[in-house]
Design a protein around this ligand. Structure first.
Ligand code: ZN
Length: 479
């Protein structure tokens, strides 16, 4: 423990000395727009900003910048989801950034993975060439090693769109304003603070010349929001054998050992009738069907999901949601009205627990809707089309027997922070870590407010605590 106390003192001093500089760095990063705009996104300037920062202390050979299509075969991977409502996603000019601080064990070639890296020009860190999935020897048993050889701090660069300029505190969404211990701006909490924290943790080890036995990575991926996840999948395929990762989504420093899943769905109603204003034939009307479907969704949310007991790691009052986002038919203003429409749709978000499969989630909902709607004549021999708009994000569960968990507890203990391991009621890319690679993951991020909303902000004290947790945990795992 003494060692840990010593590094803690160094860390505290280092953070005190650099506090203003780091806050400024985060503010600048938040001021750079890096929105996820399906089917594309403009993460590049944010990734360049991080690249310019890390290239001052990490050698070029250990900085891997790559696009999703540099990972050859990724589009054939079962988890790759390349479309949004039948539109192909655009990945040109949207680089991932993965940076490595090399450990002292890595004088031989086995730096990046447990693969045979004598073929390493196929791999990430020599900058050239394509990574072939055939070289990826992911151990699907996910057996836990006693000794952790590599560690990763993971975050995403994309943010939800900035929206309007009506932010009450800062006026504009990209201010990076610091006020009352909080830093404001779209993406501040979700998740530029968490992402940057990983790179700062690397800088600490480098600045103070702490030598670790294994490699420590910091990464900033693209396209996580809106059910993206392809950026995470690309990073995992390219660096498949990292032992453990802290994914720094905002958790208020709770230790996220379970996450929920979910997906956006679309219900479409298409009528066979001609629509219009005919008085001599019956006009089937999608508006009536859609309103009944909306009521069935409301009932599923209130009568089914609200009564499901959450798994033990979640707060007892936590519950899954079905949120209806949009109902559309016949236009959106008077000028567009004036005839019975022929089609319409509803978009909704549906959540699930980590033990529920995609198939099960859909079947449960559809069976409920069929039953609910069967009382209406309209639905006697009709059922609408229901489809995913985005990928199905699975929930995730951390293996608590992983040795990194002990190191995390030690870090919280030294920092005198309450160690609260719990389920996080957010859907995210955590599940892709174990499904695609050999990397176990836990979600720990700073305290934030209004994620995806107006006046999104991150608490700076908790951001500094996160950097400390990252450093102490990785140090304890790799010392
Ligand atoms: Zn996020």
């Amino acid at each position: 423990m003494q060692e840990m106390e010593n590094i803690y003192k160094d860390l505290d001093n280092w953070l005190q000395e650099n506090k203003e500089y780091f806050i400024n760095l985060l503010s600048k990063l938040v001021q750079i727009k890096t929105e996820n705009l399906p089917p594309g996104g403009n993460e590049k300037p944010g990734q360049e900003f991080l690249y310019n920062f890390v290239s001052k202390f990490i050698p070029e050979k250990d900085i891997d910048i790559f696009e999703i299509d540099d990972v050859s075969g990724i589009r054939g991977h079962p988890l790759f989801f390349g479309k949004v409502e039948d539109v192909e996603k655009q990945y040109k000019d949207r680089p991932n950034l993965v940076v490595k601080l090399e450990g002292s064990h890595t004088n031989n070639k086995n730096t990046d993975s447990n693969n045979d890296n004598s073929k390493s020009d196929n791999n990430g860190f020599n900058g050239i060439g394509k990574f072939s999935l055939n070289n990826n020897t992911v151990n699907k048993n996910n057996t836990i090693k006693n000794k952790i050889k590599s560690f990763c701090f993971s975050g995403h660069m994309d943010t939800m769109p900035c929206g309007n300029n009506n932010w009450k505190i800062s006026g504009i969404p990209n201010s990076g304003l610091v006020k009352d211990g909080k830093l404001y701006g779209r993406g501040s909490a979700d998740m530029k603070a968490g992402t940057l924290a990983g790179f700062l943790a690397l800088k600490f080890f480098k600045d103070l010349n702490y030598k670790l036995s294994g490699d420590v990575y910091a990464e900033s991926v693209i396209d996580e929001e809106n059910g993206g996840v392809n950026g995470t999948i690309a990073a995992r395929l390219r660096h498949p054998n990292i032992d453990f990762a802290i994914l720094a989504e905002s958790t208020g420093l709770d230790v996220g050992i379970e996450t929920i899943g979910g997906s956006d769905f679309k219900v479409t109603v298409k009528e066979k009738g001609p629509g219009g204003i005919s008085s001599d034939i019956e006009l089937p009307n999608p508006i009536y069907k859609l309103s009944k479907i909306a009521c069935s969704l409301e009932s599923y949310d209130k009568d089914v999901l609200a009564k499901l007991l959450p798994p033990k790691h979640f707060s007892s009052n936590m519950r899954l949601r079905l949120l209806t986002y949009q109902i559309y038919s016949g236009g959106s203003c008077y000028a567009e009205s004036g005839s019975v429409p022929t089609n319409g749709h509803i978009y909704f978000w549906l959540e699930s627990f980590s033990n529920m499969s995609e198939k099960e989630v859909k079947e449960n909902l559809i069976n409920f809707m069929k039953n609910y709607l069967s009382k209406y004549e309209d639905f006697k021999d009709y059922f609408p089309k229901i489809e995913n708009v985005i990928r199905f994000l699975h929930g995730h569960k951390t293996d608590l027997a992983h040795p990194a968990i002990i190191s995390i507890k030690k870090a919280y203990n030294i920092l005198n922070l309450p160690y609260t391991a719990k389920g996080i009621p957010l859907a995210m890319d955590a599940y892709a870590f174990k499904e695609v690679s050999n990397t176990e993951v836990v979600v720990i991020g700073p305290k934030g407010e209004n994620l995806h909303g107006e006046d999104e902000c991150v608490y700076l004290d908790s951001w500094f605590d996160l950097i400390k947790i990252m450093v102490l945990t990785a140090y304890d795992c790799l010392k």
